[in-house]
Design a protein around this ligand. Structure first.
Ligand SMILES: [Fe+2]
Length: 265
């Protein structure tokens, strides 16, 4: 892993980045976590790789969320960094945010387990124009063009889901490969951005923006860590995972921490 040396980087949100987020749905900033923290997290991920691969988490709990939370304090501290929480509040234009979803690991692997040997994620949006959220996503490996890079359709978080679906469907049919109307869409959109996620950079984006991945042809891992901040009333997908991973601790957390992790109403 290679990126600027030193501890946590001070990051400031510029107007231009904020505008890019609102208009296009994403922007990049230098990895703000520091080499030490990243190394610490990677070490936990590597040490637990085999164990996690064979772990059956209780029904209903998100596997990648459990893996994320298993890292423990180092990863909680990252998510709680005041500068990141502040950026999230400014982007979402609200006074309070909580973490509604998190994940660590290889999302493609998790998908392959449920859908067979797919080496690619199809076009979808985790939300829509009415869902306000901001996600911080950092690769533990470089997701280059052969390593199923994340493809984003800029500005699609502002448009009706049906409209985007129809647009992508027509492009997919236009490939001439289908006998029937396809249910999963993968075709390149002329306006899409193929993002090469390098550990030196963190992607700040809204998963309400339509996204897919390229095909994974490279061997080796494709790990990432990410979490989403939501304004009050937003999603709280991983609260049960949190209680499961921190059964003896969470009730003793202070209110500030409980609030940030969605444990208060
Ligand atoms: Fe997604």
């Amino acid at each position: 892993m290679q990126f600027a040396k030193g501890d946590e980087t001070i990051v400031k949100l510029t107007m231009a980045q904020m505008n890019h987020f609102h208009t296009n749905g994403f922007f990049f900033m230098p990895n703000p976590f520091g080499e030490e923290r990243m190394r610490e997290i990677e070490q936990v991920a590597v040490e637990n790789e085999d164990k996690w691969a064979s772990t059956d988490w209780p029904n209903g709990l998100n596997k990648l969320a459990c893996q994320f939370l298993m890292v423990g304090e180092p990863i909680l501290k990252i998510v709680e960094q005041p500068q990141l929480v502040e950026i999230a509040k400014r982007l979402l234009d609200c006074k309070q945010v909580h973490v509604g979803a998190c994940g660590l690991g290889d999302a493609l692997k998790a998908i392959s387990q449920s859908q067979g040997p797919h080496r690619q994620v199809y076009w979808h949006a985790d939300g829509g124009p009415d869902i306000k959220q901001v996600s911080f996503r950092t690769g533990l490996d470089r997701h280059d063009p052969t390593n199923a890079p994340l493809r984003i359709l800029p500005g699609s978080h502002l448009r009706a889901r049906e409209e985007i679906w129809e647009e992508l469907l027509q492009l997919e049919i236009a490939t001439g490969q289908h006998d029937f109307s396809p249910k999963e869409l993968y075709t390149k959109h002329p306006a899409e951005v193929e993002t090469i996620l390098d550990p030196r950079w963190t992607l700040v984006w809204t998963p309400s923006c339509w996204h897919a991945t390229g095909v994974k042809t490279a061997a080796g891992p494709r790990r990432a860590m990410g979490w989403n901040y939501f304004p009050a009333g937003g999603r709280k997908r991983d609260v049960e995972a949190l209680k499961y991973i921190f059964p003896d601790e969470w009730e003793n957390w202070n209110d500030e921490r409980k609030q940030l992790w969605g444990l208060l109403d």
